[in-house]
Design a protein around this ligand. Structure first.
Ligand SMILES: [Zn+2]
Length: 318
């Protein structure tokens, strides 16, 4: 039976029309092209650990609606960021294609000094072309109006001099005295990649700052004892040191993932306050996503290993 052409076209447009706005789980696309050894050669197995952390964080972000970025015609854009393997240099990528609900993270390792475990760097972005494409798609990653600039690309560098602990079962208790937990630190940095602590004007974080505190409604809801905003550190890019919340793993009281530092031998999971901040800066967050350890590897697709780390002697995570 043949369908009238007009009706078929309408059906096709109905099917295609909403696709661009579909909400889906966020994906971190790790790019190792700038790595010089932290994730390569004898250390290549570390990629599995990083990918698993990406899956762990993504499970809380199952309904994002980040537009894909595709250059073409007069539309062109460039992202410039600190090289993850050599923070003294910058790297530029032009007209990178970024899939919908995907954030590209260039990763590597470098000597970052004795007090920094890792650092995430958000890019400087320039774009030209159709104004709607520039202002909405490139900067805000939306097809329509949005208040917030949202992430597309970032650089992430781990300190190559740190005694890291890589855990194949990060959702189980582990002991790793004297080592620093790659799982915790990587998860912390991935929230920075998405814009937690991004103090640049126009970011979702910046728009929630009030008198040096974080005044996002969802976050204040949990911290009702500080109704004018959740206290931050001096740089206004983390919760204040030792800020407590509730672990998404078991509801236990836990220091937030996004306070400024972590001790050796310590594992941190995302807390409810961390996720509330993500909601406040424009990412729908799912609070009930934590999988059972047995299913964690399956959630990571081809990744069957899962890990955990810890450290002691507090260090800045940056
Ligand atoms: Zn940090």
């Amino acid at each position: 039976m043949r369908a009238p052409l007009g009706r078929l076209l309408l059906l096709v447009s109905l099917l295609l029309g909403p696709v661009a706005n579909l909400r889906a789980q966020l994906t971190f696309e790790f790019n190792y092209s700038l790595d010089t050894g932290f994730f390569s050669g004898a250390n290549e197995s570390r990629r599995l650990h990083l990918e698993t952390v990406g899956s762990y964080v993504s499970q809380f972000l199952t309904a994002t609606s980040l537009a894909g970025i595709t250059a073409g015609g007069s539309n062109t854009w460039t992202a410039q960021f600190t090289s993850p393997s050599d923070p003294s240099t910058t790297h530029s990528v032009t007209n990178l294609s970024v899939a919908a609900n995907t954030v590209v993270v260039y990763v590597g390792g470098a000597s970052l000094g004795s007090s920094v475990l890792a650092q995430a760097t958000l890019p400087g972005i320039s774009a030209s072309g159709e104004s709607a494409w520039v202002s909405n798609t490139v900067y805000k990653r939306t097809e329509g109006p949005s208040a917030y600039t949202r992430a597309s690309v970032a650089a992430l560098s781990f300190n190559s001099s740190t005694a890291w602990f890589f855990d194949s079962t990060p959702l189980s208790n582990s002991s790793f005295a004297g080592q620093f937990d790659f799982f915790s630190v990587a998860a912390h940095e991935l929230l920075h990649v998405l814009g937690f602590g991004d103090t640049r004007v126009g970011s979702g974080w910046d728009r929630n700052l009030f008198n040096g505190a974080f005044a996002g409604g969802k976050s204040v809801e949990e911290k009702s004892d500080t109704p004018f905003g959740v206290p931050l550190n001096a740089g206004r890019d983390h919760w204040a040191t030792n800020t407590l919340s509730f672990s998404t793993r078991d509801g236990a009281v836990q220091e937030t993932l996004m306070d400024p530092d972590i001790a050796a031998g310590v594992r941190k999971y995302l807390t409810s306050l961390d996720l509330r901040a993500m909601q406040d800066i424009g990412y729908p967050a799912n609070f009930t996503a934590v999988p059972e350890p047995a299913t964690f590897g399956a959630g990571a697709g081809a990744i069957s290993l899962v890990w955990a780390w810890r450290r002691r002697g507090r260090r800045d995570q940056s």
